[in-house]
Design a protein around this ligand. Structure first.
Ligand SMILES: N[C@@H](CCC(=O)N[C@@H](CS)C(=O)NCC(=O)O)C(=O)O
Length: 211
């Protein structure tokens, strides 16, 4: 049994998209952020970082978004969302997953929680400005890797594309929205046309525009 602890639009969106695209049965468990449920003893027993998401597969908790994505795509290889270990493009896939996690997702933590990154309340705006510029640069890098697409890997759609969709969605809040950078908008639209992606957005109650 698979259970994804999620909050609408949070980092749980990527594993949610992936589960729908994999076509495996799963259950969603809402984390009540108003009640800070991510810091409850029950939640911390599954994910000691106190962050969303955590996935529980047959009783085994997996936390850290990129780890959940890599784990799921490998655990259900029939869907073909991860090049297998012996594929010549496996390294490119791992590189993309790490790049999205270590640059875009990590920088978005600073963008959305700037107060955590300075002890000076008057410095919060400067932290935001600096990380906003770094995010734009990171999106330009990933857009250059995507080129005209259609997917990040010539091999075909992979978990990395769904991960990028979540980042481009979050990037709608930047001064220069991510969808306007290179082929990122067209890439997002390609994914948003997929029924599995639409089902995930609907299940989380996320309103349009999605990116
Ligand atoms: N490195 C973590 C970061 C996850 C993260 O920052 N999640 C946010 C939601 S998008 C969260 O839990 N926010 C609530 C909090 O920090 O209390 C991961 O990749 O899973």
């Amino acid at each position: 049994m698979i259970e994804l602890h999620y909050h609408p639009g949070n980092a749980s969106l990527f594993p949610h998209l992936l589960l729908r695209e994999l076509g495996v049965p799963f259950e969603l468990a809402l984390v009540d952020r108003d009640a800070e449920a991510q810091r409850s003893a029950a939640y911390l027993a599954l994910n000691p970082t106190g962050k969303i998401p955590v996935l529980v597969h047959d009783g085994r908790p997996v936390f850290e978004t990129v780890a959940i994505g890599l784990y799921l795509a490998d655990a259900f290889p029939a869907a073909g969302l991860a090049p297998p270990p012996d594929s010549p493009v496996r390294a490119d896939y791992l590189k993309l997953m790490a790049l999205i996690s270590n640059t875009l997702q990590a920088e978005f933590r600073i963008w959305f929680y700037p107060h955590e990154f300075t002890t000076d309340p008057s410095g919060v705006e400067a932290v935001k400005q600096a990380v906003g510029a770094r995010l734009t640069a990171a999106f330009e890098t990933i857009a250059s890797l995507l080129g005209d697409g259609p997917w990040l890997l010539p091999w075909g759609p992979s978990a990395a594309d769904l991960y990028l969709l979540m980042m481009v969605r979050w990037g709608r809040t930047l001064p220069r929205p991510a969808r306007e950078i290179g082929g990122l908008g067209a890439h997002a639209e390609r994914l948003l046309a997929r029924p599995s992606v639409q089902a995930a957005f609907a299940a989380e109650g996320l309103p349009a525009p999605f990116v």
